[in-house]
Design a protein around this ligand. Structure first.
Ligand code: MF3
Ligand code: CO
Length: 254
C-alpha cells in the first residue's frame, strides 16, 4: 500500500474542487422538497458542476449512470438517480458527490431531511455527523487508521446502530479512490499511520437496523435488507502539521 503525500498546491486544488462541491450541496438543499425526483436532483447537480467548469466524476465511474449518487431512506449508498423515485415529506436523502476540477477530486456526502422528519430519522442524521466530527478530531500525524474506525464504531454502536463494513472511506486526490481504505470500524493502534499531506475521505455509513445490505437490479443502488433507515456523511480531509483541514466544509456550512 502506498499512500500519496500531496503538496500544499495540490491540497489547494482539492479545496477548489471542494468549494464547487459545497456550492452544489447548497443548490441541492434548496431543491430538496416533496415531489421532486432523484433524477431531477441528479441532473440539477450535474448541470451546476459543469457550469463551474468541473466534472461530476460519479458519472461513468465503474459504469455508474448518474452525475451524483442520490440515496433515499433505506438506500445507504450509490443510489442511481431515477425518475421513479420521488421525494416525499418525512424522507431522508443523501447526496454523495465527486467533483473533479483542474485534475483533482473532492468527495463529500450529506444527508438531509425532506420537510418534517421523525425524531428517529433526525437522531440517525445527528449521530452519523457526530461519528464524523468526533473521528476527524483524531486526525493528525501519528494517528492510526484504526483509531478513526474505532471511534466511529463506538459512537454508532453505543447509540444502538450498526456500521457497514462493506464500504469504506479512502484516499482521494488525482484519483477518486486512492490508498488507504478508511474503515468505519477498527481497533485503536492498528492500521496505517497518518502523515502530513495525506488526503482522506472519512465517510461513516450507519444503519438504524441490521447491517445486512442488498443491491438492486440496477447493479448499484444498495439498501438495508430490513428496510430500516440508513445514513451517510462524508468530507475530504487533509492531514496537517498538527491536525486536520476539512477541504469540503467551511465556517457557516451546515
Ligand atoms: N463518494 C463515493 C465513494 O466514496 C463515490 C461513489 S462512486 C459512484 O465511493 F460511482 F458510485 F458514483
Ligand atoms: Co468517498
Amino acid at each position: 500500500m502506498s499512500i500519496i503525500i500531496k503538496s500544499p498546491r495540490e491540497i489547494a486544488l482539492i479545496r477548489e474542487a471542494g468549494d464547487i462541491l459545497r456550492e452544489t450541496l447548497k443548490v441541492l438543499k434548496a431543491h430538496t422538497r416533496p415531489g421532486i425526483s432523484t433524477d431531477e436532483l441528479g441532473k440539477l447537480a450535474g448541470r451546476y458542476i459543469r457550469s463551474r467548469g468541473a466534472i461530476p466524476s460519479c458519472k461513468g465511474y465503474g459504469g455508474f449512470q448518474g452525475d451524483i449518487c442520490v440515496s433515499v431512506n433505506e438506500v445507504l449508498v450509490h443510489g442511481v438517480p431515477s425518475k421513479k423515485v420521488i421525494l416525499k415529506e418525512g424522507d431522508i436523502v443523501s447526496y454523495d458527490i465527486l467533483v473533479t476540477y483542474k485534475g483533482y477530486t473532492a468527495d463529500a456526502c450529506r444527508t438531509y431531511g425532506v420537510g418534517e422528519i421523525a425524531p428517529n430519522a433526525q437522531k440517525l442524521i445527528d449521530v452519523t455527523k457526530e461519528c464524523f466530527f468526533e473521528a476527524v478530531k483524531l486526525v493528525k500525524p501519528g494517528t492510526h487508521l484504526g483509531d478513526i474506525g474505532e471511534r466511529i464504531q463506538t459512537i454508532a454502536e453505543s447509540n444502538g446502530y450498526t456500521v457497514t463494513e462493506e464500504f469504506a472511506g479512502h484516499g482521494v486526490g488525482r484519483e477518486v479512490h486512492e490508498d488507504p481504505y478508511v474503515f468505519n470500524v477498527g481497533q485503536a493502534g492498528t492500521g496505517a499511520v497518518l502523515k502530513k499531506g495525506m488526503v482522506i475521505a472519512i465517510e461513516p455509513m450507519i444503519n438504524e437496523g441490521k447491517v445486512e445490505l442488498v443491491t438492486l437490479d440496477d447493479g448499484w443502488t444498495t439498501r438495508s435488507k430490513d428496510g430500516k433507515l440508513t445514513c451517510h456523511y462524508e468530507n475530504t480531509v487533509a492531514v496537517t502539521e498538527s491536525g486536520y483541514d476539512i477541504l469540503t466544509l467551511r465556517e457557516g456550512d451546515e
